[in-house]
Design a protein around this ligand. Structure first.
Ligand code: GAR
Length: 187
């Protein structure tokens, strides 16, 4: 039986990409990293794991539709049927959403719908909440919106800084994301 193929999209460090790569049998094979930032260290992690990378600079294209068409070409060539966003700091446009309807999931460092956007951890600290967490969800056209698949709560301690809270949130992310992928791909 041929293995289901998936791509990870990331823009930065890639600790979630690494967790996915090192999680063992996911029920799918990661065959491509899509990255919108040529300086991102996730590219080195993909090279280490022998995963092909499509790296692009959005400013080199005239529109989101134009670069998403190119991404889709790479995805089709690699037979990708699932997309896992892992710190991809860009709104997915209708071109990609239509092509991969119901097959794109995202991880976000808060208990959505609280604290969407780029700085979910900082927002939780500023708001003074005692609990925050991690969400894995299907994406839609919004910023960190779309049906929630799973959430994990992380306590905010009175002495927490961004660094200490981020460490615990990322630990939760690195466990939750691969386990959700395994559950989804079993279906
Ligand atoms: C992760 O914490 C992820 O939840 C967050 O970016 C970080 C990427 O870290 N995503 C969002 O904030 C999406 N709005 P990583 O590059 O080390 O995986």
């Amino acid at each position: 039986m041929t293995q289901v193929k998936a791509a990870v999209f990331a823009s930065g460090t890639g600790s979630n990409f690494q967790a996915i790569m090192e999680a063992g049998d996911l029920g799918c094979e990661i065959v491509l990293l899509v990255c919108d930032n040529p300086d991102a260290t996730v590219i080195d992690k993909a090279k280490y794991h022998d995963i092909p990378v499509f790296v692009f600079q959005p400013t080199n294209y005239e529109s989101k539709e134009a670069y998403e068409q190119v991404i889709i070409k790479y995805l089709i060539e690699a037979n990708v049927s699932w997309i896992f966003l892992a710190g991809y700091m860009r709104i997915v446009g209708s071109t990609l959403l239509k092509a991969y309807k119901g097959k794109v999931i995202n991880i976000h460092p808060s208990l959505l719908p609280q604290f969407p956007g780029k700085d979910g951890i900082e927002q939780a600290l500023e708001a003074g909440v005692t609990k925050t967490g991690v969400t894995v969800h299907y994406i839609d056209a919004g910023i960190d919106t779309g049906p929630i698949i799973a959430q994990e709560t992380v306590e905010v301690l009175p002495q927490d800084s961004i660094t200490t809270l981020k460490k615990r949130i990322q630990k939760a992310e690195h466990e939750l994301y691969p386990s959700v992928i395994k559950q989804l791909l079993k279906k």
